[in-house]
Write a protein that binds this ligand. Structure first.
Ligand SMILES: Cc1ncc(COP(=O)(O)O)c(C=O)c1O
Length: 396
């Protein structure tokens, strides 16, 4: 079909809508009438993502969503899941086994960090975490048994950037797989395959869905690799439910519009915060003050809606109190976990990560007591700036 982003978002995957309805129906069913020919039955039962066999195997809307996102990410194929973590864990478990090694980063979404730190180690898989801003460190961490380089850029929550081209080339040279969590950027702002990355994972709960009304995940890669992931997924069973899949398909139609508005809003907010006397520092890849702004500009088309800031404070306690007061003074921003929706959210990463990470782990991931993470929505930018301004004025 067509190849331009906005058209892909609205029309791709129509072949999976077997009805005359313009809007794909919700196939709210767990199973489908089987073919009476035993040979056809066996074929359907073993075919990856068969849309009309049994829900864990596939669903027409899941296939439609996968077709849209695979095309956006310029990948051969994709597979949807019930959550981003299901996508990430299935994608990784499809290629590593006991005795294998993974190179990853210091900073990852906490669920991914826990998967590496606590889950995989129980199954004899080791992980070396490196500083993502030091490209040479990835190469130095590779061992004879390394099967995967797993990266996240921009990373959650500190918004550091990993050099996609360098990692893509390194993985190819070593004959190992490269995988990126592209959640924070979204495919509107970053298409990692352009830099030689093999596999892309998303928490579709965030920008792809975009309305904070569903959880979902997606893995994009070669047809051969997705078939392997599908095999794992049928056993592990984290299938995306029909209604959530339908909501995701609807959300995707406006992805480009939303992300462009969010990019523009976020840049304005970052510029405002960057010069504010009550703010110690701002991290936003779109600001020239970001230490990796030049790299971000090379690999991103827009800089997304995630901003990290640090409020002033003479010590950790005062910084913590100021951060909490700022959250409480805001009237438009909502204090809630998650990101990528139409509404602006704010969180205190040290509290959110607190139960999972030790102080040392927080430090190495760049999480401080005065740090706040903002997910900018599609509201009016001037309203958002006014809200931040009044909230900051109230700080001591
Ligand atoms: C970068 C990133 N990846 C993955 C996930 C996990 O996604 P989910 O909550 O849909 O399982 C999150 C969740 O916040 C995230 O921020």
């Amino acid at each position: 079909m067509t190849s331009k982003t906005e058209t892909i978002l609205v029309h791709e995957g129509q072949q999976f809508n077997s009805t005359a309805a313009v809007t794909a129906p919700i196939f709210q069913t767990s199973t489908y009438i089987a073919d009476s020919d035993p040979a056809e039955y066996i074929k359907a039962a073993t075919e990856a993502k068969h849309p009309y066999f049994y829900h864990r195997h596939g669903n027409p809307t899941n296939s439609q969503v996968a077709a849209v996102v695979a095309k956006l990410e310029k990948m051969e194929d994709a597979l949807v899941f019930a959550t981003g973590m299901a996508a990430i864990s299935n994608a990784i478990l499809a290629i590593v086994k006991s005795g294998d090694h993974i190179v990853a980063q210091h900073a990852h979404y906490s669920g991914t960090a826990i998967f590496f730190k606590e889950f995989l180690t129980d199954y004899g898989i080791t992980v070396t975490a490196v500083d993502q801003t030091d490209t040479a460190a990835f190469a130095q961490a590779i061992q004879a048994n390394t099967k995967l380089i797993y990266i996240e850029t921009p990373s959650n929550p500190n918004l550091n950037i990993t050099d996609l081209k360098a990692i893509g080339e390194l993985a190819k040279r070593q004959g190992i797989l490269s995988m990126v969590d592209n959640t924070f950027a979204s495919p509107i702002n970053q298409t990692p395959v352009d830099f030689g990355i093999d596999v892309i994972v998303h928490s579709a709960t965030k920008y792809l869905g975009g309305h904070s009304d569903l959880t979902a995940g997606i893995v994009c890669g070669s047809q051969e690799y997705i078939a392997k992931v599908w095999k794992r997924s049928v056993t592990l069973g984290a299938s995306l439910a029909p209604l959530d899949s339908w909501l995701l398909l609807r959300g995707l139609k406006t992805l480009s519009l939303r992300v462009k508005q969010i990019n523009a809003n976020a840049l304005q907010l970052a510029e405002f915060l960057d010069q504010h006397p009550k703010i110690k520092s701002v991290s936003y890849p779109g600001l020239p003050s970001h230490p990796q702004h030049e790299l971000a500009t090379r690999q991103m088309k827009g800089f997304s809606g995630m901003i990290c800031l640090e409020v002033n404070g003479q010590d950790e306690e005062q910084a913590f109190n100021n951060a909490q007061a700022l959250i409480n003074n805001l009237t438009i921003f909502i204090n809630a976990a998650s990101l990528g929706g139409v509404e602006s959210l704010i969180v205190h990463p040290a509290s959110m990560w607190g139960g999972h990470h030790t102080k040392a782990q927080k430090e190495i991931s760049g999480i401080t007591m005065g740090m706040l993470r903002i997910s900018v929505g599609i509201e009016n930018a001037a309203d958002l700036i006014d809200d931040l301004d009044q909230a900051l004025r109230k700080l001591g």
